[in-house]
Design a protein around this ligand. Structure first.
Ligand SMILES: Nc1ncnc2c1ncn2[C@@H]1O[C@H](COP(=O)(O)OP(=O)(O)OP(=O)(O)O)[C@@H](O)[C@H]1O
Length: 265
C-alpha cells in the first residue's frame, strides 16, 4: 500500500471529541501575551499555527498542555465531557532524546518512566513505520538530525494519545528531510487531533486542515485558512500558492508585503 492509497481517516483510534478553548489568557511579568483567545480543535483535525517569533505560539501550545505556570486563565472543554489533561502527547522543539538510551529505549521511555513494561511489539512497529528499524539499537549521537526527529515522532506516537501538540517539530531539518517527515506525520497522525506550530506557511498549508496566524500584542488569532483536499498537499498547486501569499500578508512584515502583490490573493 502506498501513502496515496490510505484513506484520509485510517488511524486505528481516530479521536472522537472536539476541543474548545475559551477566553484563554496568559501573562508574564504583568504583560498579557494573549487574552480573550478562543480556539476550536475539531475531532481528528490537523491545525497549524503560524506567527512571528515571540508572539506566543509555544505559550498557546503549552497552555493547552497545562504546562504554563503563573498568571493563566481560561476554559478548555472536550465535547465528550472528559478533561483534556492526560490525553495529550507533546513534542517539543528539541527532540529531547536521552543520549544514553538507544532509539528503541527512547521510544519506550514513557512506559519506563511510569514503571510499566513497555509494549516492545508496538515500539518495533512504530520504529518501522518511521523507517528506523535498522537504527533501533543506535544512540542519538549516532543519528542524523532527521533520524532523531523520526525517533522523537515514534516516541510521541508510542503514547497513542488522542491529541498531539507539536512545536516546530521539523524546523532543524534540511528541506528534503523536512518534506519526508511532513509526509510521514500526515500519514501516521491521520485521525488524531493535532496542533502544530511552525514558521513555514507551506508546511502549514501542506499539513493543516485549518491554518491560523497568531499576531499582535496581546496576540489575536486570525480566521483560519482551510486548504482544500487531504494532506500532504501538493505545494506547487496554484491554490496552495495563492494561500501562501495570503498567509505571508497576514504575517505582515514589510518585506513580505512588498514581495506579495495585492492581486496575489
Ligand atoms: N516562562 C516564561 N516566563 C516569562 N516570559 C516568557 C515565558 N515563556 C515565554 N515567555 C515570553 O512570552 C512571549 C511568547 O513566547 P513564545 O515562546 O510563546 O513565542 P513563540 O511565538 O513561540 O516564539 P518563537 O517562534 O520564537 O518560538 C515571549 O516574549 C517570551 O519571551
Amino acid at each position: 500500500m502506498t501513502d496515496t492509497d490510505i484513506p484520509p481517516h485510517s488511524a486505528p483510534n481516530p479521536t472522537q471529541f472536539d476541543i474548545d478553548l475559551r477566553s484563554a489568557r496568559v501573562a508574564f511579568g504583568g504583560v498579557d501575551i494573549f487574552h480573550d483567545l478562543d480556539l476550536g480543535l475539531p475531532a481528528g483535525s490537523f491545525t497549524c499555527l503560524l506567527g512571528p517569533s515571540g508572539v506566543g505560539k509555544s505559550t498557546l501550545l503549552r497552555f493547552l498542555a497545562d504546562l504554563v505556570e503563573g498568571d493563566v486563565s481560561g476554559n478548555i472543554t472536550c465535547s465528550d465531557g472528559v478533561p483534556l489533561k492526560g490525553r495529550i502527547a507533546y513534542m517539543a522543539q528539541q527532540d529531547l532524546l536521552l543520549p544514553w538510551r538507544t532509539v528503541r529505549e527512547n521510544v519506550e521511555l514513557g512506559a519506563s518512566l511510569r514503571g510499566q513494561r513497555p509494549d516492545h511489539d508496538k515500539a518495533d512497529r512504530l520504529i518501522a513505520e518511521v523507517g528506523l528499524s535498522n537504527a533501533a539499537h543506535l544512540r542519538p549521537a549516532e543519528l542524523s538530525g532527521g533520524m532523531k526527529q523520526r525517533a522523537a515522532l515514534a516516541r510521541t506516537l508510542m503514547e497513542d494519545r488522542p491529541v498531539v501538540l507539536m512545536d516546530e517539530p521539523f524546523s532543524a531539518l534540511d528541506p528534503v528531510n523536512r518534506l519526508r517527515l511532513q509526509e510521514l506525520a500526515a500519514r501516521v497522525l491521520r485521525g488524531k487531533t493535532v496542533l502544530l506550530v511552525t514558521h513555514d506557511p507551506l508546511e502549514a498549508l501542506r499539513l493543516g486542515d485549518f491554518v491560523h496566524v497568531l499576531r499582535g500584542s496581546p496576540a489575536r488569532l486570525q480566521d483560519a485558512i482551510t486548504p482544500a483536499g487531504h494532506s500532504p498537499r501538493d505545494i506547487t498547486d496554484a491554490d496552495i500558492l495563492r494561500q501562501q501569499a495570503q498567509l505571508l500578508r497576514q504575517l505582515g512584515t514589510n518585506e513580505t508585503a512588498a514581495a506579495v502583490p495585492e492581486n496575489a490573493q
